[in-house]
Design a protein around this ligand. Structure first.
Ligand code: MN
Length: 316
C-alpha cells in the first residue's frame, strides 16, 4: 500500500512524535497507539501517547511506560483511530494533526501522508501494516496491543467487519506472542459483578418497536450509577441492544454528565448507522455509529424511531 509507505516515510523523517487517541477511548485507539509508539521507539524515535484520565484499567495495561510527561513538546502529532481534531481526547482537542491512521469512513480532509482505510475492521490492522512497513519486528507488547485493538473492534471476531485479513493479522500477532488467552478473558469471557449489574439493567430497560426490528434502551445516569460507577463496565454495552433475534437496529441511550444524551447505534445491512447518525451531527461506521443530542431521552427516542422506520426494508 503506497499510502502506508508515505506514512512510514513521514514518521521516519519526524521526531518527538505524539500519538493522540480519541475521546471515549476504546481498545482500538489505545492498542493501536501503544503498538505504534513502541515501534517508533524501536527505530530510535522519541514517541509518547498523550495521557487521558479516561483510560480504563484494561486499557492502561497497554500504555505502561508510554505516557507523555507533562513537559513533552511534540513536533509531530499522529491521530490514531480518528480523523478530525475535534474528536481527539479532551485535553488535546483541536490540535493540528500532522497525520491520521484510521478506519472511519467519516474521516475526510486528512493531511497528506495519512492512511484512512474504511474496509479495515480496526485501526489495529493498519497499525500492524505500518509497523511492518517500518521494518520493526513485533515484540510481545506490540503483538498484545494489536490483538486487543482488533479483537475489541470486531467483538472478538463476531462483527461483520471481520475479514480474512483480520484473521491473518490476528494469527500473525498470536505467533509474535500476543497474550490471546489473557486478553480474551479480560475483554470477553470474564465479567465483573458490576458488568453483570449493568447488563441486567440494559436487558430490563430495552423496548421494542416495529415488530421487534428496532430495540431501544435508555437508562438514566442515576440508574447507571446504582448498577456500577466503573465506566469499563459499560464498554460496548450498546451491542446488547442488537444481539437479539429479529433486531435490525439497536440503540443505546446514555445520559452524559452534562445532561445530553449519547446515542450508540448498531445496525444490520442494509441500514447504514453512520448515515442515520450523521443526520443528527454524529458519525461512525456503517454498522456502528453514534451521536450526541441535547434533547430529552423521550424525544431522542422519537427521532430514532422515525429515522429507522423510513429505512426499514420491506419484509418478504
Ligand atoms: Mn476503531
Amino acid at each position: 500500500m503506497n499510502q502506508m509507505t508515505d506514512l512510514a516515510n513521514l514518521l521516519r523523517a519526524s521526531d518527538n512524535i505524539a500519538l493522540l487517541t480519541h475521546r471515549r477511548p476504546d481498545g482500538d485507539t489505545v492498542g493501536s497507539a501503544a503498538a505504534i509508539c513502541r515501534a517508533l521507539r524501536a527505530i530510535g524515535k522519541n514517541a509518547y501517547i498523550m495521557p487521558d484520565p479516561a483510560f480504563t484499567a484494561r486499557l492502561s495495561v497497554m500504555t505502561d511506560g508510554l505516557l507523555a510527561p507533562t513537559d513533552f513538546q511534540p513536533n509531530f502529532i499522529l491521530a490514531v483511530d480518528f480523523g478530525t481534531a475535534s474528536r481527539a481526547t479532551v485535553a488535546y482537542e483541536n490540535q493540528v494533526l500532522n497525520a491520521v491512521i484510521d478506519h472511519h469512513p467519516t474521516s475526510s480532509d486528512v493531511p497528506a501522508g495519512s492512511v484512512v482505510e474504511p474496509e479495515s475492521a480496526a485501526t489495529g490492522e493498519l497499525a500492524f501494516l505500518l509497523i511492518e512497513e517500518l521494518g520493526v519486528a513485533l515484540d510481545e507488547a506490540m503483538a498484545s496491543a494489536i490483538y486487543t485493538a482488533i479483537s475489541t473492534d470486531t467483538g472478538c471476531f463476531l462483527f461483520s467487519n471481520t475479514t480474512a485479513r483480520t484473521h491473518r493479522i490476528a494469527a500473525a500477532v498470536t505467533e509474535a506472542g500476543a497474550k490471546v488467552k489473557e486478553i480474551n478473558n479480560a475483554h470477553f469471557a470474564v465479567k465483573t459483578r458490576g458488568r453483570i449489574a449493568v447488563e441486567t439493567l440494559v436487558r430490563s430497560h430495552t423496548e421494542f418497536y416495529f415488530s421487534g426490528r428496532l430495540a431501544i434502551c435508555f437508562v438514566s445516569r442515576e440508574e447507571e450509577q446504582t448498577a456500577s460507577t466503573n465506566e469499563d463496565d459499560f464498554d460496548n454495552i450498546s451491542n446488547l441492544t442488537k444481539d437479539i433475534e429479529g433486531v435490525v437496529v439497536g440503540a443505546m441511550l446514555r445520559e452524559l454528565e452534562n445532561g445530553c444524551i449519547r446515542v450508540s447505534l448498531r445496525t444490520s445491512s442494509p441500514i447504514d448507522a453512520a448515515e442515520i447518525c450523521s443526520a443528527f451531527g454524529g458519525g461512525g461506521h456503517s454498522r456502528a455509529a453514534g451521536f450526541t443530542s441535547g434533547k430529552k431521552a423521550e424525544w431522542v427516542t422519537e427521532d430514532i424511531k422515525s429515522a429507522v422506520e423510513s429505512r426499514l426494508p420491506c419484509r418478504d
